[in-house]
Design a protein around this ligand. Structure first.
Ligand code: TYD
Length: 143
């Protein structure tokens, strides 16, 4: 977010614990834009049926922020800031997500057979804002 309204401003990738309401009937996880995640929701997509050897993502986004949640199964997300910092996050709970700011390199991999990776973004799809070449990403973030 560009201002301080809503939840705390997030500058870097970080795990998010989502609101979960559980009772004897089961679980319910709530994701409200600008409340449970730090942006208005413009787009939702989900990824499933990826083999454990597949690496998805492999891009950075000039504009899009994301929250990723394995609503079923598990996967890993490697993020790189292009300045030497690299972190691997494990997604394996329907109520735990990862927030990814714009201009961060991401790779999703080690999908479990039952993985359903829910991806939420603040931007509509625009292929032009995807940076799919790592060297180009490095040039941009390092000036
Ligand atoms: P891609 O970006 O390669 O997926 P991932 O980064 O998760 O591995 O997208 C796969 C295809 O789907 C590609 O042709 C672009 C298209 N696509 C859309 O049309 N809209 C979207 O919101 C997304 C994420 C992808």
């Amino acid at each position: 977010m560009d201002d301080n309204r809503g939840m705390n401003v997030h500058k870097g990738a970080q795990m998010l614990e989502l609101t979960e309401k559980g009772d004897e009937r089961g679980h319910l996880v709530i994701i409200e834009g600008e409340e449970d995640i730090p942006f208005k929701i413009a787009r939702i997509f989900y990824i499933y049926g990826s083999d454990s050897e597949v690496i998805r993502g492999n891009h950075a986004n000039r504009k899009s922020q994301f929250v990723l949640i394995n609503v079923a199964g598990s996967s890993k997300v490697k993020v790189k800031d292009g300045k030497g910092n690299e972190t691997i996050y494990a997604l394996n709970r329907p109520h735990t997500g990862i927030y990814l700011p714009k201009m961060i390199w991401k790779e999703m991999y080690e999908f479990s057979p039952d993985s359903v990776l829910l991806c939420i973004s603040d931007q509509h799809y625009d292929a032009e804002e995807y940076i799919r070449d790592y060297d180009e990403f490095l040039k941009i973030v390092n000036g």
